[in-house]
Design a protein around this ligand. Sequence first.
Ligand code: GLA
Length: 366
Amino acid sequence: MRTHAKARVNAPVPAPPHSTAHASTHAGASRELQATRARDALVRAFERVIARPHDIVIGCAHGRVNLIGDHVDYAGGLVLPIATPETTSVALTAVRGHEDHFTSDFAGDLSWDRYARGVVAELRACGIDVPPIALAVASDVPVGAGLSSSAALEIAVARAALTLVGRTMSPPELALLAQRAEHVYAGVPCGIMDQWCVAHADPNAARHDAILLDCARKQHEVVALPATLRIEVIDSGIRHALRDGGYAARRRDVFEAAERLSRPVEELACASEREVASLPAQLARRARHVVTEVARVRAAVDALRGGDLVRFGQLLQESHASLRDDFDVSTPEVDRVVELAMARGALGARMTGGGFGGCVVVATAT
Ligand code: GLA
């Protein structure tokens, strides 16, 4: 188990070591380093097929950490993610011939190119004339850690390809295209949270705010985090692959619960306690998570806006318990990281993202 802080995402004002300067310097350095690595890798791997060596374009995108509101986006719920300083960079250029060529520095994960190929295919399907390309990826967004390495890759590929052909897309269009690519080419029936957050995070911004995203309406508002709140991300070291089936199974449970209650899935979060109790035991636990998690996101935003950090921390704790006990997506290692963070005086800590391993988000007061 690794318990080092992987990233510190906000901390807007006070002096180091809790300053924004940390996050923004990290973000800028990460972006430049990954872009250089991607460009070098591209030339190294594909020099012979590159048609116009001077036309190498770069697309960048940040990872994200979800502060609260997990496993509710595909049920049209509310979520509160924030972009992280880590970035993925894609270097891309036109090649001679008819084939696309892909390379990356993702150690061990050979399926990453499905996400990249999916985005290129979706762009072409939208009538965007992307020529045969060579593409290289460099990233310091940890893979399989619940920090949206997939969405960062998808959005970086889309940005690079659009730059190559001189086209643009709005962030909502980009997010929906990337989500389609993930559904169809990677086989992960994800919600919209990751792609939306990543597509709306300006890759050149020094720092980012959290966003409260209404996944049913596909609208968000910015939520500034109090200066005295420090958000850290701790990596359990346990890796997940959302393609493994647990994610899709939880999603199926949620849809089945809604169907049994004769509610559109977007209205499952409004189910009464009596309705939830009428479901078979496992579906009742899944539905209870959705109902209570969406309520917690609302309460968390109120707490942040009111400067009530203690309440915010409690809500993170409750969210973790719900994901662990009702949604069954935590692991003993992740639970242990949460316990250790609390023992060290955190206000709250919870698993973040899809679960089955990955990272813990920790809130402390500075
Ligand atoms: C993954 C998915 C998201 C979301 C989270 C859990 O990150 O890609 O759509 O469902 O899991 O909140």
